[in-house]
Design a protein around this ligand. Sequence first.
Ligand code: DX5
Ligand code: ZN
Length: 233
Amino acid sequence: MYNSPPLTGYYFSWCEMPSSIKVAPSLLAANFANLGQQIATIESAGADWHHVDVMDAHFVPNLAFSPDMQGHLNGLTDKFIDTHLMMEEPSRYVDAFIQAGSKNITIHVECNEDVESSLKNIKDKGLMAGISLKPGTPVESLDPYLEMVDLILVMTVEPGFGGQSFIHPMLEKLQYLRSRLDSLGLDSYLEVDGGINDETGRLCAEAGANVLVSGSYLYNAENPKQAIQSLRD
Ligand code: DX5
Ligand code: ZN
């Protein structure tokens, strides 16, 4: 079901563990009844970024996070806000999410827009620009954009919902992308999102990821500090 990259053409080298891992809890899993306390807890537990999953109920079968909802974060944090637009037409919302504090905006290569101009639009507004792909999309579809983005997000579940199981063949996409970035001399972030816990997070880091998005594992943890540390170990 998942088109793993071809085994020929590049060597599965045992990737060096990236120098430092960033942990980005996904707000999709937060309890919005007391968002202030949730943010304070996850930040004192060591979160580096906040990952905001935005869904339009067309590109993915769920609806999540308006710019106004993200805007509530502004008064609660000064951490880096990493916005993931799972949308057919992401460009329509870039300005609104910039207003709402986004520092990186990631769009999907499968979106219903000209990807290059959409990424350029984000960059021209002074933000980091990211590109993401669904599990069923071949990794080579990102090749044309690797030199223009600051971040690549490999979905390790079918986007739309938190709490799903990690799709292991996605590790080959990470290895392919890490070797492409290294051979191009690019220091872009390589991020994963979906089913990330201590075990899958380690596999992703060994395959070359250096930003781990995690929702249910972190927000449901008895001890969030220990859970975040387990993603860094
Ligand atoms: C899927 C979402 C989830 C979320 C993380 O569209 O993007 O991957 O961020 O959820 P968990 O960590 O619970 O799988
Ligand atoms: Zn996400």
